[in-house]
Structure formats: structure tokens, C-alpha cells
Design a protein around this ligand. Structure first.
Ligand code: HPA
Length: 280
């Protein structure tokens, strides 16, 4: 049967064969325009997504599509360079695959980055929002369908899914990296169209601070497994209607490129702090 425990284990077994059983401690999922972070790693092994049985293949521009295993600041990592979105045509159920496979490989926490538009008018492009909660009123749950108890319970708590301790650790790292940090609510929209100004006004009324088309499927998959999670939104633009100008992919990508050195320093500092935490 599709999407049973064996389905995900088949992918993990294949990967373990290719890596010789490399056990990553942290999983990184890098968003649009932010995949340069993978270049910081001391690489041990790279596996294109298309080689992995039962894995998904990335179609979004700017998403390279491979798993990269290696070390950063001495910490063993697996990095997904390129991620999957519902707007690419994947079902919400399929979108659980990467995070479940990373968990089977042994990760102890997940760090994700994404590009997002600022709903909160005090935010500016180039700044970073730590996701402290999200709103997902669009699309199905990735946990819909028969529950696989090996991963987690049917009904599960998501009160602290964006792990407070990891947010605290990130807050301590931000000043060293020159990152202006906010903490706020990520509002998920399906895309691929950017939002209408009226939708953004509604998102603001409902309590959203930043809007994006990713993050939530991975976050919910992690929460189902009780996997600690740190999610960060790079603000790439003011959301639709905040400024009197249209949104463009170029604007989003440019902001990603400009912020890359700060995001890299920030990620390095976070990984270093995780290593220090674990090594007492
Ligand atoms: N809306 C949705 N997704 C995004 C945006 C936005 O304004 N910017 C970057 N990703």
C-alpha cells in the first residue's frame, strides 16, 4: 500500500546504503534563493532526489533537488537543497515524505528556511522572522489519511510545534550574525499566485505577520513525530498591496541573494550553538 511505513523506509534504506550509514543530527530544508547555505558544508555525500525511491522530485526554479550530507561546525547534517510545495502539484499526503525520511535517517531536530512576504508593516525586506506559530486555513492536512502509528498519534498537539528552546537559541545567535530578527505568525497561502491585496488585509486581520507558500507541511509532519523544529522566514518583500507596486519573483530572489551572507552567518551560529549545547 502507498504511504505505509515501508514506503518511507524504502527511501531511507536506499539513502543509508549510499551514505554508508551516515547519521545526521540536524536536518536543514532551505527555501527559495537560500540554497547557497549548502555550500558551507564539508560535503560527505550528495544524492539527487530522482535517484531515491519513493522520494519527490523538485520542479520549482531555484531549487536544486538533492540531499547533501556532511558537516558544518563539526555537526553532522543532512541538507535538502530544494523543497516541495503543494503548488507544484503534489498532494498534501505526498508532502510528508522528505521530513519522515530525514527522521528515519536519525535527525534530532529540523531547521527550515523560507522566503515570505511581510504582512506586518513594521517588517522590512532582508529581515528574518522566527516562526512562532502558523495559520493554515488552505488545503488539506499532510497528516490526512490512515495514520501511521510508527510516526505519531492520530491526533496530536501543535501548541509548541515551533520549539521554544530552539527559538531562544536562535535569538541569541541573531545579533552576532547581524540579523534583524522578529518573531511572528506565518500565514500559509497555497500559491503559485501571489496574494491579492484583499487577501493580505484579511491575513493581517486574522493575525498573520508574514505570508508564504511553504513551511507548513514540513512543520506539521515534524510535529506529528514530536521532532523539534526551528523555522525561519526571510522577508523578501512587503506583501501584496502594502506598497503601490506589483510583486515579482525577481524581487523575491534578489532579496534572497542580498541576505545570503547574513543567513549563512546566522545558520552557522545556530549550528555552532547546537553543537555547544550537545557537548555541554
Ligand atoms: N507571498 C507568498 N509567498 C511569498 C511571498 C509573498 O509575498 N514572498 C515570498 N514568498
Amino acid at each position: 500500500m502507498k504511504f505505509d511505513f515501508e514506503y518511507f523506509k524504502t527511501a531511507a534504506d536506499y539513502i543509508n546504503d549510499r551514505t554508508g550509514g551516515f547519521v545526521p543530527k540536524t536536518g536543514l530544508i532551505l527555501g527559495s534563493g537560500l540554497s547557497g547555505l549548502a555550500g558551507l558544508m564539508e560535503v560527505v555525500c550528495q544524492i539527487p532526489y530522482q535517484d531515491i525511491p519513493n522520494f519527490l522530485v523538485s520542479t520549482a526554479p531555484g531549487h536544486a533537488g538533492r540531499l547533501i550530507f556532511g558537516y558544518l561546525e563539526g555537526r553532522p547534517l543532512v541538507c535538502m537543497s530544494g523543497r516541495f510545495h503543494s503548488y507544484e502539484g503534489y498532494s498534501y499526503e505526498e508532502l510528508v515524505t522528505p521530513v519522515r525520511v530525514l527522521k528515519l535517517l536519525g535527525i534530532e531536530e529540523l531547521i527550515t528556511t523560507n522566503a515570505a512576504g511581510a504582512i506586518n508593516e513594521t517588517y522590512r525586506p532582508g529581515e528574518v522572522m522566527l516562526v512562532k506559530d502558523h495559520i493554515k486555513f488552505n488545503g488539506d492536512s499532510p497528516l490526512r489519511g490512515p495514520n501511521i502509528a510508527d510516526f505519531g498519534p492520530r491526533f496530536f498537539d501543535v501548541t509548541d510545534m515551533y520549539t521554544k528552546k530552539l527559538r531562544q537559541l536562535a535569538k541569541e545567535c541573531a545579533p552576532k550574525a547581524g540579523v534583524t530578527l522578529h518573531e511572528g505568525v506565518y500565514f500559509f497561502m497555497t500559491g503559485p499566485q501571489f496574494e491579492t491585496p484583499a487577501e493580505i488585509r484579511a491575513c493581517r486581520l486574522l493575525g498573520g505577520d508574514a505570508v508564504g507558500m511553504s513551511n507548513v507541511t514540513e512543520a506539521l509532519t515534524a510535529a506529528h513525530m514530536g521532532l523539534p523544529l526551528l523555522a525561519m522566514s526571510l522577508i523578501t518583500n512587503m506583501a501584496a498591496g502594502v506598497l503601490d507596486q506589483p510583486l515579482t519573483t525577481e524581487e523575491v530572489n534578489r532579496a534572497g541573494e542580498e541576505a545570503a551572507p547574513r543567513m549563512e552567518a546566522f545558520m552557522r551560529a545556530i549550528i555552532r550553538a547546537l553543537e555547544a549545547r550537545d557537548n555541554g
